[in-house]
Ligand binder design. Structure first.
Ligand SMILES: NC(=O)c1ccc[n+]([C@@H]2O[C@H](COP(=O)([O-])OP(=O)(O)OC[C@H]3O[C@@H](n4cnc5c(N)ncnc54)[C@H](OP(=O)(O)O)[C@@H]3O)[C@@H](O)[C@H]2O)c1
Length: 289
């Protein structure tokens, strides 16, 4: 089995590589930072289930859509097929709309939405030809709900949700091709550190306290179970954070009110230079994994 993971140089994608390597699948690891991908490859080989030729490091910039066709050809040349595409690469945002430049919104849509759509469109004809394959996208609970300081991130993830739900209906005549939208809540990774802020050149720069977030290994374990079972949509978070998408879905008026109240504190924290999420996590103590 051949699995292509984007965003494999860090966080969720890196952990996906480790857990998949233990299952003995052939891996394609993509992201921009080649040295980090090589580091991940070395660790994948450590457990002895894979040989060097089973792991292809394939540098890829999701923003450079003109390179996606060539990258897909390179994978097919190396392994002859792509069984699973895991669209995981992406970035988040920490800034108020009123202060955020349009370039930031453009970047988030170009990367999270159009980059993912572009790569999927390159791989899709191959899966259609074989009448089989899994297209997995690491969306976010922010693709279901919204929160202050992430309007552009949330928009890009809502767009992905609409795109892949639409694509799935088009693939109804190919029961062997499945489309899974996986929506994690807060998970330990570099996502906050790499988040865009008011300007496209400025990132948050640090992750803050991550101890209350779900362990990356647990999130990825649940993701792999979801992928193996072809689940169409998955929400992964600890309670009571997981209650938020249910509120947004089934009681939106309540959800908007509660998110506004909690969000006020989040904005206050952000403006005074504190970790924006501290207030959420203080209220919602993390349960053991
Ligand atoms: N952690 C969370 O709380 C959380 C929650 C919900 C959803 N998610 C989603 O999970 C996915 C993975 O994020 P993470 O949490 O693991 O964050 P992360 O540690 O920052 O990893 C992000 C990955 O995306 C890659 N990437 C960024 N820009 C790219 C580009 N232009 N082209 C190709 N790859 C690019 C990065 O690699 P390079 O810098 O080397 O290119 C890195 O490997 C994202 O889609 C995120 O939205 C995360």
């Amino acid at each position: 089995m051949v699995v292509w993971v984007t965003g494999a140089s860090s966080g969720i994608g890196e952990e996906l590589a480790y857990q998949l390597s233990k299952l003995g699948v052939s891996l394609v690891l993509s992201a921009r930072r080649v040295d980090e991908l090589e580091r991940v490859k070395r660790r994948c080989l450590e457990n002895g289930n894979l040989k060097g030729k089973d792991v292809l490091v394939l540098p890829l910039d999701l923003m450079d859509r003109s390179s996606h066709e060539g990258a897909t050809k390179a994978v097919l040349q190396e392994f002859g097929r792509i069984d699973i595409l895991i669209n995981n690469g992406g970035r988040s945002q920490r800034s108020l709309c009123v202060d955020t430049s349009m370039d930031v919104y453009k970047e988030l849509m170009e990367l999270n939405f159009l980059g993912t759509v572009s790569l999927t469109k390159c791989v899709l004809p191959h899966m259609i030809e074989r009448k089989q394959g899994k297209i997995v996208t690491v969306n976010s609970l922010m693709g279901i709900i919204s929160a202050p300081l992430g309007s552009g991130y949330s928009a890009s993830k809502h767009a992905l949700q609409g795109f892949f739900n639409g694509l799935r209906t088009e693939l109804d005549t190919y029961p062997g091709i499945t489309v899974s939208n996986i929506c994690p809540g807060p998970v330990q990774s570099d996502i906050v550190k790499n988040s865009l802020t008011e300007e496209v050149t400025k990132t948050v720069g640090s992750n803050g306290d991550q101890s209350q977030k779900m362990a990356t290994s647990r999130c990825v374990r649940l993701m792999l179970i979801s992928i193996a079972n072809d689940l169409k949509e998955v929400w992964i978070a600890d309670q009571p954070f997981l209650s938020m998408p249910y509120l947004w879905q089934y009681m939106p008026t309540w959800a908007w009110w509660i998110t506004g109240k909690l969000g006020k504190k989040r904005i206050e924290n952000f403006k005074s230079g504190l970790d924006a999420d501290a207030s959420y996590f203080k209220i919602w103590k993390k349960k053991p994994d």
